[in-house]
Design a protein around this ligand. Structure first.
Ligand code: BGC
Length: 399
């Protein structure tokens, strides 16, 4: 537990501290953040700090614009607060400098542990040197931070398997192994090149589908088959939509049927679906994949506009983060034993070879993703307590 430094406080944080001032007992208190604009609200550190000797965890999430990072932020905050930690959490608003400033603030404010999901995998080298100089351990959360030796552990879902599940879903739904003389048209909408995960997702899917592309059972009319050709900067729904409108208007004008779009996540699936709704001339069913089980995408699955998503139980990922984070702060150096001693009711693998920052191979805890379709969504998501179902049959995440 290090000292609280007042010099770096932003306007909004001063407001939040003022709100705390009446709390003489020093209990952790949820404080209202008075930021002057929505944007500022997203980037400021939300502070529940009380100077009473508790351990402090700094949580840096990439953005509040994508549904999942809000859910991750809430789950992580809850896990640590319930166990008496003080939580500093910041959202980088998808801006690299804002994320770095937020992490610098956490270092100054005395974080004992940093949990970071990078916006850009290669931009945190310098700030992590500062964290290392202050002896603060770092967990890279969900996305691997690259070009730094100062990462103690990585927690994620098995990212390559996410892509494999998407590719296998398309393969099995189109029954490509029994295609005979038939051939199908497919396109890819991949993720953000600044996110190390995006290449894993793409590779996982492409490795399943490429033999069928090579044999001619699958055609890619746009010719865009590499990760970079199909990538979507910032995982933006709007960029995905724009790119896909161009594809439809360039390659699918003359009765050419589109059979499947391998979308790496739900945000780009939304953009792709919108482009298809507005610009696709055909009326056949199109397989559209996704990832994250975001609320609007689950609605699209119920409504028949998206075919599948890959679900990653974020509450379980935050449980791993808390268990690991606590062990590190307590001075332990966990390995496989963390899983063996945990009593978790979900599976998690310890991996010491797959994730390399370029400076260090990072010990990783990897959880299992699962496929969600209209047929199993209630059993997997509602019955297991992750989502509730409304009267119309739409699902809503339990926070
Ligand atoms: C996460 C995905 C998410 C994407 C966009 C990736 O790093 O693993 O779950 O959809 O970022 O936020």
């Amino acid at each position: 537990m290090k000292r609280w430094t007042i010099g770096i406080l932003s306007f909004a944080m001063i407001c939040s501290l003022t709100a705390c001032a009446g709390n003489a007992g020093g209990d952790v208190e949820n404080t209202e953040i008075e930021a002057s604009s929505e944007e500022e609200k997203e980037s400021v550190i939300q502070d529940t700090h009380s100077d009473d000797g508790r351990n402090v965890v700094g949580i840096s999430m990439p953005s509040q614009k994508l549904e999942r990072w809000n859910r991750d932020g809430n789950f992580l905050k809850k896990e640590f607060e319930e166990e008496g930690y003080e939580v500093l959490i910041s959202f980088g608003n998808d801006l690299i400098d804002e994320q770095i400033n937020g992490i610098e603030d956490m270092i100054s404010e005395g974080a004992d542990l940093l949990i970071i999901t990078p916006i850009d995998a290669t931009s945190l080298t310098s700030v992590l040197e500062d964290a290392a100089a202050a002896n603060i351990p770092v967990i890279s959360y969900d996305r691997l931070i690259l070009q730094s030796p100062y990462i103690d552990y990585y927690i994620s879902f098995d990212n390559y398997t996410v892509g494999t599940l998407q590719g296998e879903f398309i393969r099995d739904t189109l029954d490509l192994d029994n295609a005979g003389d038939k051939s199908y048209n497919i396109e890819f909408t991949a993720g953000d090149p600044a996110d190390n995960n995006a290449q894993f997702f793409y590779n996982g899917a492409y490795d399943v589908l490429s033999p069928y592309i090579e044999s001619g059972v699958l055609n890619v009319p746009s010719g865009q088959t590499t990760f970079i050709q199909t990538a979507t900067s910032s995982w933006s729904r709007d960029y995905a939509k724009e790119r896909f409108e161009n594809i439809l208007n360039s390659y699918y004008l003359t009765e050419k049927e589109l059979d499947a779009v391998c979308c790496s996540n739900d945000t780009v699936a939304l953009g792709t679906t919108e482009a298809i709704e507005e610009d696709y001339a055909g009326n056949n069913d199109i397989i559209i994949t996704g990832q994250d089980a975001d609320e609007p995408n689950l609605k699209n699955i119920v409504d028949g506009k998206q075919t599948m998503t890959v679900y990653k139980a974020l509450s379980n990922e935050s449980i791993v983060a808390f268990t690991l984070g606590k062990a590190i702060v307590d001075g332990e150096t966990p390995g496989e034993d963390l899983i063996q001693n945990s009593g978790w009711d979900f599976s998690c693998n310890y991996d010491t070879s797959s994730y390399d920052t370029g400076e260090k191979v990072v010990a990783s805890y990897l959880l299992d993703p699962i496929v969600i379709t209209v047929d199993n969504m209630k059993e997997e998501l509602v019955d297991k307590g992750y989502y509730t179902e409304d009267e119309q049959g739409y699902l809503h995440p339990v926070q």
